[in-house]
Design a binder for this molecule. Structure first.
Ligand code: ADP
Ligand code: MG
Length: 334
């Protein structure tokens, strides 16, 4: 059985990327980081609790990957450049196979962004993973806040909506685990934070947020912070191609026994499903061309889905301009 210090040394200290701006990393009472004077420090922290944020049968690799990815998504939504992280790990037991897989998942993503693990804490208890991610941003660059949306700004989102939501239904056995749903499980377990795009939006977008609780809830956060309302073009919302497949083939006819009718995933489901980790942001109309070139250079799919207006509500309209009532229900712990 590994001691706590052997465990940290073998699976974390020796595996992490090494950065020149880390004066003292793992091994002392605290980490010492050299933040250059021309940069702002931007910090996010997120905890993943077993059975709450990931199903208990999730692989250690995916748990670690997701724990970092959700923090990367927060930093992306601020237009920050990720640099260092700390890891607080609560484990029921010290299993070497578990730790090996966990550290592989963690560093596969950390190495991609040259993030160094500079410290943490290891305790025994019910499985829970907390990562604190620190990033930098040049002081002359604009941070992307929730509060900057103005009336007349265009509302955009990246990628597809409701993909991870379908993945969750599959992982819960409410949809069948068949080939067509593979991309949805992938999205749920290994979210792709829009780090590069987020950074490129600094100085262009007036506000931004990552879509973690559900699109309506997260757009709602922007609107509340900005004291605005919005018009949402429902027919423009980019749904995962899997939805189109489901619509065409019909869900209940093929998998009647597995899928309960109440779980028939549709646009309203996608608008409220969490865990997509795409970005939602607002942009003044005169920045449209600049956004196009960013979309091209980052290879990121970006879609205009609405318009910021006076008021405080989100009004959904269909292709004919008719109002469609929106069913709201983003994820809240309390
Ligand atoms: P302390 O008693 O001062 O809290 P610890 O014994 O908890 O120190 O940790 C020893 C060193 O190992 C510290 O530098 C700490 O940051 C690091 N560490 C502990 N757990 C982890 C972990 N899960 N990942 C990375 N570093 C860790
Ligand atoms: Mg400690």
């Amino acid at each position: 059985m590994l001691s706590e210090f052997e465990l940290i040394d073998r699976y974390f200290a020796k595996r992490t990327a090494k950065r020149t701006d880390v004066v003292t990393g793992i091994g002392d009472d605290a980490a010492v980081l050299a933040v250059p004077g021309h940069q702002k420090l931007i910090v996010a922290v997120d905890t993943l609790v077993s059975g709450v944020h990931f199903p208990i049968n999730t692989t250690p690799y995916d748990i670690a990957y997701k724990a970092l990815a959700v923090n990367l998504s927060d930093l992306a939504a601020m237009a920050a450049v990720p640099a260092w992280m700390t890891l607080s790990l609560t484990l029921p037991e010290s299993s070497e196979t578990w730790l090996k897989e966990f550290s592989e998942g963690l560093f596969s993503l950390a190495d991609e962004f040259s993030i160094e693990l500079v410290g943490g804490d290891t305790t025994r208890g019910p499985l829970s993973v907390t990562i604190q991610l620190m990033g930098v941003q040049s002081k002359d660059k604009a941070t992307l806040l929730r509060s900057g949306a103005r009336s007349g700004d265009l509302i955009y989102m990246t990628g597809f909506l409701g993909e991870a939501g379908l993945g969750l239904l599959v992982s819960q056995g409410k949809l069948p685990d068949i080939e067509i749903f593979k991309p949805t499980l992938e999205r749920l377990q290994r979210p792709q934070a829009r780090v590069e795009l987020g950074q490129a939006l600094s100085g262009l977008a007036t506000s931004g947020i990552d879509i973690s609780d559900g699109f309506l809830a997260d757009l709602g956060h922007i609107l509340t912070a900005s004291h605005r309302g919005a018009l949402l073009y429902l027919d423009a919302i980019p749904l995962s191609p899997v939805y189109q497949y489901l619509k065409k083939e019909g869900l209940t006819s093929q998998w009647g026994e597995v899928a309960e009718a109440s779980y028939m995933p549709d646009l309203q489901f996608a608008l409220n499903a969490g865990d997509d980790y795409e970005l939602c942001f607002t942009l003044p109309p005169d920045k449209k061309e600049a956004l196009k070139s960013i979309a091209a250079s980052t290879g990121c799919m970006i879609t205009q889905v609405g318009l910021v207006e006076q008021g405080a509500n989100i009004k959904g309209i269909d292709a004919l301009g008719h109002t469609v009532p929106l069913l709201q229900g983003g994820y809240q712990h309390f």
